[in-house]
Each structure stands twice: as structure tokens, then as C-alpha cells.
Design a protein around this ligand. Structure first.
Ligand code: ZN
Length: 390
């Protein structure tokens, strides 16, 4: 099936060939699971594949490779306009804290706006500075819509993106129960696709009702090609972003510059570099000052900072073992290669430091103060990376 870049709507689907084959075969045999869980790293196209599954379900002439791509249903699906494909995602908490119904309405308006933006801008980096959640109102809206049943085509598919965001909020049990009820007894002709980059945070009850499918990203050269040919990035920038994004188109988009400004993930990458440098300082004062540059709330927005920090630490490990070619932050390769001579770097340090970042990542899922969390993390990094000088 050939796919061209649309004027508006979903970007072309890349990769996931094995998953697509398996899904198309399952569909043909009438064996597509009622609830699928697509999991894998952020930005690798889980929601894009979920839309493809929606297209597969509504297509009037699906083949062995998937939806035909030509019928009316396929065209509507590609434009994110198909009435049988419903897309739900984490959203900001509505500002009007009114009644349940008012909240649910505000969330529905925000969801429609989100979809309109996605339609207008097929390639858009994800915002990392906003705390979003799957609120009870969103789940109630989804449930209400699903209970109405499928329209004229007789089939409907619901996408619930970042399903792990059901847990990190109050009233989560109620939201989870509302979702569980509909997953347990889906109306006739209804399928669900959940996506998650942190399946470990999913509620057990939800995970146990889904058939999991693990997805991986694109290889570096293919990602680079998508960035130059479709997104229109300059070759050098595309190469740099593809290397750092490790197969994730969503990440790569955030690393590209935006009208001369660094992209949101590029800013975070530089931020993570300063955090690492502060962590390597002997005086706790430098680390404390660095931590104070962060907001005292919103720890859940730090996920990407931790991912960037992990790459810096792995690069430091590569430098410590003399593997310059393995360094992903290629622009800082000279600085990285100098550190093992300059510092009392413990050879096992970078691996221990990555473990400390993972621990901080788990803590950030709760409602902790980012300044305290990062002060503690930098202290842990310092202890993990350096031999004591005494
Ligand atoms: Zn079709």
C-alpha cells in the first residue's frame, strides 16, 4: 500500500511492518483482540499505528497487508474524520472546576481541539511542559460514546492514548472502574486500542484485560530519511536528530530547530547537560543552585529530562571505555572524552548513575517537589559517578 503525505490529517505510517502483518492477518481471520495494548518508547508511532488499526477495522476492502487506502472509509480515517474511530488522550485538567457534567464538557471541547490541531499539523513535537492526565470526565465521555454503539458501518474503534495516565490523579479508581466496565463488556462491533510508553504503571486490572503488542522504532537511517524527505529538515540537522532520537520520530521532531529556536527536546537535552555538569561539581552549592532553576511543582513533566540525562550518562560511559563512536551527543564528544582524565570517574559509575535516574523517574510519577527531587538526584549522581577523593 503506498501512502503519500496528506495536506492535513495523519502523517504516513512508517515501520511496524511485523505488527501490521500480524494485525491484518488477525483481522482477516476475525481474531483481532477486543482490547489491544500497544507499548514501546515515546514517540515511536503507537498512536499512529492505533489509527491504522482503526482504518483496518472500518475499511470496506482490507487486504492481506491491511486497509486498502483507497475506499471512502480509509480516506476519512486518514483525515481523522471517520465517525467510527474515536481518539482519546490525556488532557490538561479543565480550568472550570464545576459540576461533573461541566468538567466532562470542557474535556470534550479540549479533545476536539486537540484532534483539530493534529489534523492541521501532522508532524508536531510533543509538549513536555504540561501536566496532562486521563481524567474521570474523559473516561465517562469515552464510555458514553462507546455505549451509543457503532454507527451505520457497524464497527467502531476507540483509541486511548497514554493509558498509564489513568493512575496519577485523584478519583483514579473511579475512572479505572468506568473504563474496566466497558472493556469487560464491549458493545457489539467495538474494539479498543490502548497505548503506553510505561506499561509498568498501568493498573493490573487493565493490563490483564489487554493483549499486549510491543513496538520498536525506526532504524537511524530510515528516520533520518523521513526527517529530510517528509518533514523537510536540513540534512545535517536531520542526521543529528535521528542519532539522538534512537528510532523515535516524535523525539526527533522535538530535537529539530523551530524557526531558529531550539526544539523543545533540544532545550531539554541542553538542560540535562547542565544538570550533569552540576552533578559532577564537588560543592553541593552548585547542585543546589541548579535545582533551584526548576519550578517547585510539576515533577511529572521531568520525564524527558530524565531520558536526556540517561543518554548523557551512557555517553559518559562510552567515553570512559574509549568508545567515541558510540557517543550519541556527538556535538559534545570532545568534552565527554576529556572527562575520564579530568575526573576521578568510577568505571562502574555511569551504570549506577542510570539506575539513580530510573529511581528518580519513578519518584516523579508521584507528587514530589522537583527541586528536592533533582537536588537528591544530583547528589546520587555525584556519589555514583566519582571515586571519593579522600
Ligand atoms: Zn479501505
Amino acid at each position: 500500500m503506498s501512502e503519500t503525505t496528506p495536506d492535513s490529517g495523519l502523517p504516513p505510517l512508517h515501520g511496524h511492518e511485523n505488527a501490521r502483518d500480524a494485525l491484518a492477518t488477525a483481522w482477516k481471520r476475525g481474531r483481532l483482540p477486543r482490547t489491544l495494548l500497544l507499548h514501546g518508547r515515546p514517540g515511536i508511532g503507537k498512536q499512529r499505528l492505533a489509527h491504522w488499526i482503526g482504518q483496518l477495522v472500518v475499511c470496506t476492502e482490507p487486504g492481506s497487508e491491511g486497509p486498502c487506502g483507497r475506499c471512502r472509509e480509509c480516506r476519512l480515517a486518514r483525515r481523522i474524520e471517520h465517525s467510527g474511530i474515536h481518539w482519546y488522550m490525556p488532557l490538561e485538567r479543565p480550568r472550570s472546576r464545576g459540576s461533573r457534567d461541566r468538567n466532562a464538557e470542557a474535556l470534550e471541547d479540549a479533545r476536539i481541539q486537540w484532534i483539530e490541531e493534529a489534523r492541521r499539523t501532522p508532524y508536531r513535537p510533543r509538549r513536555h511542559d504540561i501536566v496532562r492526565g486521563l481524567h474521570l470526565g474523559t473516561v465517562r465521555n469515552l464510555r458514553k460514546s462507546a455505549m451509543k454503539g457503532a454507527g451505520p458501518g457497524g464497527k467502531q474503534l476507540f483509541i486511548l492514548a497514554d493509558a498509564e495516565e489513568l493512575v496519577a490523579q485523584e478519583a483514579s479508581q473511579e475512572a479505572a472502574n468506568a473504563l474496566l466496565k466497558i472493556l469487560e463488556e464491549p458493545p457489539e462491533g467495538t474494539w479498543f486500542v490502548l497505548t503506553s510508553s510505561e506499561p509498568g504503571r498501568l493498573l493490573d486490572t487493565i493490563r490483564s484485560r489487554s493483549t499486549a503488542l510491543h513496538l520498536t522504532g525506526l532504524d537511524e537511517s530510515r528516520l533520518e530519511q523521513v526527517l529530510t524527505d517528509e518533514v523537510g529538515a536540513p540534512a545535517e540537522e536531520a542526521a543529528r536528530a535521528a542519532r539522538l532520537a534512537e528510532g523515535s520520530l516524535g523525539r526527533a521532531l522535538g530535537l529539530l530547530s523551530d524557526d531558529g529556536d531550539p526544539g523543545p527536546l533540544e532545550a531539554i537535552r541542553q538542560d540535562a547537560f547542565h544538570l550533569l555538569r552540576a552533578a559532577l561539581q564537588p560543592e553541593p552549592g552548585a547542585r543546589f543552585l541548579r535545582a533551584l532553576t526548576y519550578s517547585p511543582s510539576g515533577a511529572r513533566t521531568l520525564t524527558e529530562l530524565f531520558s536526556a540525562l540517561e543518554i548523557w550518562l551512557r555517553d559518559l560511559g562510552a567515553a570512559a571505555s574509549g568508545h567515541r563512536d558510540s557517543i550519541l551527543n556527538a556535538d559534545a564528544a570532545d568534552w565527554l572524552m576529556k572527562q575520564p582524565d579530568r575526573l576521578p570517574l568510577d568505571p562502574a559509575g555511569p551504570a549506577r548513575a542510570v539506575a539513580a535516574v530510573q529511581k528518580a523517574r519513578e519518584e516523579a510519577a508521584g507528587n514530589v517537589n522537583p527541586q528536592l527531587l533533582l537536588t537528591g538526584l544530583m547528589r546520587a549522581l555525584n556519589g555514583a559517578l566519582l571515586h571519593s577523593r579522600s
